[in-house]
Design a protein around this ligand. Structure first.
Ligand code: FE
Length: 133
């Protein structure tokens, strides 16, 4: 995706809540079962809380039992980007917003069919744009 959004930490800090900043811009993780969306079954599109880019559809959301909102695939192939993450002595794959590089969560290969993937996201990184009834 072109036209990347680049902002300084100070700019992000001014726009985001402390919890959003800690997760999205400093790669934090919200505590399991504390977020807004892990149990949500509402229909709509989950957008990046930092830049509003469409990231995931409620159609691919499932209950992973982890306490974080989980999806088996992103909205489109270029909605998110992934990077190797070797922090905390673990080998994981980090998931980022392709437009503004917000940290969203991690990708695991224990998801359901049809992809077998689990995009394990932080609620605080997302904003649900509800589908009009
Ligand atoms: Fe973003």
């Amino acid at each position: 995706m072109s036209n990347k959004i680049m902002k300084s930490d100070e700019e992000w800090k001014a726009e985001l809540t402390p919890a959003q900043f800690a997760v999205c811009r400093q790669k934090g993780t919200e505590r399991a079962f504390t977020g807004q969306y892990h149990e949500s079954k509402e229909k709509g599109i989950y957008q990046c809380v930092c830049c509003g880019t469409d990231l995931f559809s409620s159609e691919t959301k499932y209950n992973s039992g982890t306490g974080w909102p989980s999806f088996w695939e992103p909205l489109t192939a270029d909605s998110v980007t992934t990077e190797e993450d070797n922090s905390y002595g673990m080998r994981r794959v980090e998931v980022l917003c392709s437009k503004c590089d917000a940290h969203l969560g991690h990708l695991f290969d224990d998801g359901p069919e049809p992809t077998g993937q689990r995009y394990c996201m932080n609620s605080v990184s997302l904003k649900l744009a509800k589908k009009p009834e």
